[in-house]
Design a protein around this ligand. Structure first.
Ligand code: ZN
Length: 260
């Protein structure tokens, strides 16, 4: 049963976690120590921010995207990540309510996946890197979940993790590390733990198709130079989320297409 009140609750919870994600992204990138310590400050004038400047989404809207103290514009990235996380948390709630209404752990599992994936997606998109500080703890936590009945079994999860590792490993060797980043290996392990081996293959397939389509579009429209690369992580992440919810449909459609 999906209630509007719960949708509001998860949206605001997502906004708050999105705000936390912004801090994590900023501090990982700048190399500042401590995610929980130290006060938040304006990125341009360094003025400490008050509680009223830190309300997710609403502070940005009320201040019309400008710092209260120096009037420098604040990147749209902040409210965007907050909104995206709000949407992800609502999606996790709705998906869990439909797919596993009797199992609260399923919802927690989805929230963890969506939270980590949103940070990895944004970070790879902005900085072409998938930070270990996010992927490694998520690997440990999700492997713990592989002992719950609703996730792939731990054997299936390890087999799933081995497939992208092997697949990326070959590309890494062939291209001498040019085609595939080290962070992609960690993401490949996450894919296996979430999906098990069959759906991991579907997710890789989807990730490469999405990457090829967007890559071709970018080349044609010349918004990026030939030499510059697209990050691969966001496509693998999208492939994983699609495979998680629709993987069996994709697989059946494809096998039917091949005439099985
Ligand atoms: Zn400022």
């Amino acid at each position: 049963m999906i209630s509007p009140l719960c949708i509001f609750f998860y949206f605001f919870l997502g906004l708050a976690f999105g705000s936390f994600a912004n801090v994590v992204i900023m501090r990982l990138h700048s190399g500042e120590k401590g995610i929980f310590s130290g006060r938040s400050h304006c990125a341009s004038c360094k003025h400490s921010l008050s509680v009223w400047d830190l309300i997710p989404l609403f502070s940005w809207l009320l201040l019309r995207g400008k710092c209260r103290y120096c009037k420098e514009s604040i990147s749209i990235q902040y409210p965007f990540v907050e909104l995206l996380m709000g949407a992800m948390f609502v999606s996790a709630y709705v998906a869990a309510a439909y797919l596993a209404p009797q199992n609260p752990f399923y919802e927690v599992w989805l929230l963890i996946i969506f939270f980590a994936f949103t940070i990895l997606f944004i970070y790879d998109f902005l900085y072409m890197e998938l930070p270990d500080e996010i992927s490694l703890p998520t690997i440990v936590i999700l492997f713990g979940f592989n002992f719950f009945a609703f996730t792939p079994t731990w054997q299936d999860a390890l087999l799933g993790a081995a497939i992208p590792t092997l697949f990326f490993g070959i590309q890494y060797l062939v291209s001498r590390g040019k085609w595939i980043g080290e962070g992609d290996f960690r993401l490949g392990i996450l894919m296996g733990l979430i999906l098990g081996w069959k759906l991991t293959i579907v997710a890789l397939f989807l990730g490469y198709i999405l990457g090829a389509v967007v890559g071709a579009y970018v080349l044609i429209s010349k918004t990026k130079k030939m030499s510059s690369q697209l990050p691969f992580g966001p496509f693998l992440i999208l492939g994983t989320v699609i495979a998680l919810f629709f993987g069996n449909n994709v697989m059946n459609w494809y096998l039917g297409f091949l005439g099985f």
